[in-house]
Ligand binder design. Structure first.
Ligand code: UDP
Length: 383
């Protein structure tokens, strides 16, 4: 008899949410985590200057799914936080997503009034519109305005981030950031926008704090797990329990159908002896700089630390299979989806293997959607 009912690979939101659900159902869970800490890319740490930073880039929680937020609320206190971003366009900091205020800052009064009137006329009942919709509009004023935003906000940022021309990017990626038809300057328009008071690491500690959950840090699951003839083996013996895999699907199958491409980032942290470095938590640099954005963490953590602050610059790069390179973003297109489907067909043949999360499902999940997916998977298959 195996000592564990469930083996979970990875302790990010996908793995940890499922671990908790199984544990509460009296299942013995073993989590493999190859890093020396839990929480995956959500991990936060406190630096020597006292500032708490998101070690793998900024993570701002937002959702319209009450169930997801209710689930998370059980594991810590949250505070109301509406994320606001500005972008440096023509040397002026303007709200991103681009809104009426951005328009007024970059056009003269007469022109901006004309564009606002036209937008209201053409999209009378909409609060936001896709940039792709604007540039394809038959109205000349709207089209020109769309092209201006496209060129100044989207084109270069996207080329930097994805290293492909914007025309080749999946529409769902571009449509993550709309154009706002009004003065709402929040980055997200979701109903629930909160951040964990004590940070994400504490949240994960509480999520995983259960007598039925055991975690092995700094351990590569694939040293113990293998797949032979559609069966899972654990430490050399057949494993008939449940295996939840949240790592890269291609790695699990030894890259048999080729490597699934990702975008990675060089994350460069800088400390300053000043109260604040910039005027808002995130400043996007679509055009001039090599980095895409600067995040200043004190705005998230609400820490009152005088004369010390830490910022993060994100330099996009290609993902390569090597230890210090992290796959952050799946590059979604038809060819890669096809490759993913080939791997997924192998998964479907193994009755006790389940994929969950950004890497395992090759998807651009947000935090809330990955939790939603984990909860749904649990309800559908195991409840
Ligand atoms: N984007 C852009 N300019 C911006 C912000 C976003 O062109 O100032 C585009 C870009 O293609 C980016 C996508 O919108 O990859 C999604 O941006 P989001 O802020 O959702 O990215 P994340 O925070 O997930 O890195």
């Amino acid at each position: 008899m195996n000592k564990y009912d469930v083996i979970i690979v990875g302790s990010g939101f996908a793995g940890s949410t499922l671990a908790r659900k199984f544990a509460e159902d009296q299942k013995k869970v073993l989590i493999y985590e190859k890093r020396s800490h839990i929480a995956g890319n959500m991990y936060e740490e406190v630096l020597d200057n006292g500032v708490r930073v998101h070690k793998y880039g900024p993570h701002i929680f937002h959702t319209n799914n009450k169930k997801v937020f209710d689930f998370l609320k059980q594991y810590g206190e949250w505070y109301f936080y509406e994320h606001r971003v500005v972008g440096k366009i023509n040397n002026i900091l303007v709200p991103i997503p681009f809104n009426f205020r951005s328009l007024e800052l970059l056009y003269n009064q007469e022109e901006s009034q004309k564009i606002k009137d036209k937008l209201k006329e053409i999209y009378p009942d909409q609060k936001k519109v896709s940039i792709l919709d604007l540039i394809n509009n038959s109205d000349e004023t709207i089209k020109k305005f769309g092209e201006f935003v496209y060129k100044n906000v989207f084109e270069n940022y996207t080329a930097k981030q994805w290293n492909i021309p914007i025309s080749e990017i999946d529409k769902s990626v571009i449509n993550r950031v709309p154009v706002i038809l009004g003065y709402d300057d929040r980055y997200f328009q979701d109903q629930y926008q909160y951040m964990p008071k004590q940070g994400y690491t504490k949240l994960f500690e509480r999520l995983l704090d259960h007598e039925n959950i055991e975690i092995q840090l700094s351990t590569n699951a694939l040293d113990d797990l293998s797949i032979q003839e559609d069966q899972i083996y654990w430490k050399g013996e057949k494993f008939s329990g449940i295996v939840i895999y949240t790592g890269q699907i291609d790695e699990l199958f030894d890259y048999k159908f080729g490597v699934l491409p990702y975008r990675s980032l060089d994350l460069v942290f800088e400390n300053y002896d000043m109260n604040y470095y910039q005027s808002s938590s995130v400043v996007n640099y679509p055009n001039e700089e090599k980095f895409t954005r600067i995040t200043e963490f004190k705005y998230f953590s609400n820490q009152l630390i005088p004369k010390a602050t830490t910022i993060l610059k994100e330099y996009p790069k290609k993902y390569q299979i090597q230890e210090d390179c992290i796959p952050y973003y799946a590059i979604i297109d038809d060819e890669n989806r096809e490759k993913y489907n080939q791997y997924d067909e192998l998964v479907q043949k193994i009755p006790n293997l389940y994929m969950c999360g950004r890497l395992a499902e090759y998807k651009y999940y947000n935090m809330d959607t990955v939790i939603e997916r984990a909860l749904e998977l649990y309800e559908k298959e195991f409840q």
